[in-house]
Structures are given as structure tokens and as C-alpha cells.
Design a protein around this ligand. Structure first.
Ligand SMILES: O=C(CO)[C@H](O)[C@H](O)COP(=O)(O)O
Length: 217
């Protein structure tokens, strides 16, 4: 099976966590694109979705799924999203698609975070995938110097502007053993909007696409 087939299998298996007549929190990325297609197949049984990016919003709307503003929704039953890396504690690195801030906000409103990944995303230690940090543009160089002090090698993601009008620094060469601590530490740097560590709010369930079929843990 290809990596994309494994992503698709994990994404479709997530339908089991979607309750009738609810508004579903929807992440961003190629795995989530399969989940959006899956949602399309049950669209008459759900109220709609809250989206974490302009890209997911466009895909949801194209399938005729109503997209609600997060400010108009008190609570989401479930948030479904992919990850760039996930460890055994269900802590993740996210933001490869630059949607980390909206993803973290929508996830915060959900009772349950269901992470959908193919099995290449499972790691023993987070940090092999460069950690994305969303930064206010004028703070970019300052934040980069502060990230160097934390032992990482920040690289400006050239040409990328987030849906919030900010820029991304990808921090290479981090070996993340204390994910919650690092998440808080980076968020305290002035000029950082948020970082791609999802440890304080990790995944509640993980659906892993494997060659033997989707596994839920
Ligand atoms: O965090 C994300 C986007 O900001 C994605 O969930 C992450 O990059 C995984 O993407 P894909 O499903 O395409 O592998």
C-alpha cells in the first residue's frame, strides 16, 4: 500500500467518531483531505464543520458541507486532524501545512482530538520533523535568535504566509524529550503566535493506517 492509501484508510476509519447531528472540527493536510471526502459521504447526517484553514474550508464547501465560524460554536464533540510526528504519549508535531495556530484553537474547543496518521508518522522521540513556529513577521529575526538559544536551528519558511498573515520558522535539530515544557517555553518568546507542539493538548485517540488495516489506540 502507498503512504496515501494508508492515510486514506486512517481518515475513513475516523467516521466512527463522528456523531449524528453534530458540528465536526476539521484539521488540515493531505490526510484530512481524505477525511473531508469521507465526511462528504455522510454530510446529510451532520450539521456541518468548523475548519482550521482556508484550504479545508474550500474543500468542505465544495462538497456541500456547511462551515460554521468557531465563534458561533460553544463546543465541538470531536476534532479530527493529522500530524507530522506522534510519539507514544500521543504528543505531536504539527504545522507542516502551516495551519498550526488555527488547528490548536479548534482543537482546544473539542471534547475529543482524534489524530489520523499513516504509520510513518510514529516516532520514539519528537524533533526529527522540524518544529514549525508561527511568528509575527516583524519579530522573525528576534525569535530566531531566541530559538537558537534553546538549541534549535530555525529556518525561515520562504514564501509562506499563514492564513493569519504571519510567517513560519521551522526549527531543525531538536531532540524533544520534554514536549510540554518546550511547548510552553517557545510560546513565551515575544512575537511567537504558537508552536507546532501539541503536547499540553495531545491526541485522545490515534488512528494509524497500517498495511494490516487501520489500528485505533
Ligand atoms: O499539521 C498539519 C498542517 O498544518 C498537518 O496535520 C500535518 O502537516 C500532516 O499533514 P499530512 O496529513 O499532509 O501528512
Amino acid at each position: 500500500m502507498t503512504q496515501d492509501e494508508l492515510k486514506k484508510a486512517a481518515a475513513w476509519a475516523a467516521l466512527e467518531f463522528v456523531k449524528e447531528n453534530t458540528i465536526v472540527g476539521v484539521g488540515t493536510g493531505s490526510t484530512v483531505n481524505h477525511f473531508i471526502d469521507a465526511l462528504g459521504s455522510i454530510k446529510d447526517t451532520i450539521k456541518g464543520a468548523v475548519s482550521s484553514s482556508e484550504a479545508s474550508t474550500a474543500r468542505l464547501k465544495a462538497l456541500g458541507i456547511e462551515v460554521f465560524e468557531l465563534n458561533d460554536v460553544d463546543v465541538l464533540d470531536v476534532y479530527v486532524d493529522g500530524a507530522d510526528e506522534i510519539n507514544a504519549h500521543n504528543e505531536m508535531i504539527k504545522g507542516g501545512g502551516a495551519a498550526l495556530t488555527r488547528e490548536k484553537i479548534v482543537a482546544a474547543v473539542a471534547k475529543q482530538f482524534v489524530c489520523i496518521v499513516d504509520d510513518t508518522k510514529l516516532v520514539a522521540t519528537l524533533g526529527g520533523f522540524p518544529l514549525p513556529v508561527e511568528v509575527i513577521p516583524m519579530a522573525r529575526s528576534y525569535v530566531a535568535r531566541e530559538l537558537l538559544k534553546l538549541g534549535g536551528d530555525p529556518v525561515y519558511r520562504q514564501g509562506v504566509v499563514t492564513d493569519n498573515g504571519n510567517v513560519i520558522l521551522d526549527v531543525h535539530n531538536l531532540k524533544i524529550t520534554q514536549a510540554k515544557q518546550l511547548e510552553t517555553q517557545i510560546n513565551q518568546i515575544v512575537g511567537v503566535v504558537t508552536n507546532g507542539l501539541f503536547a499540553e493538548r495531545g491526541a485522545d485517540k490515534v488512528i494509524i493506517g497500517t498495511k494490516n488495516g487501520p489500528q485505533i489506540k
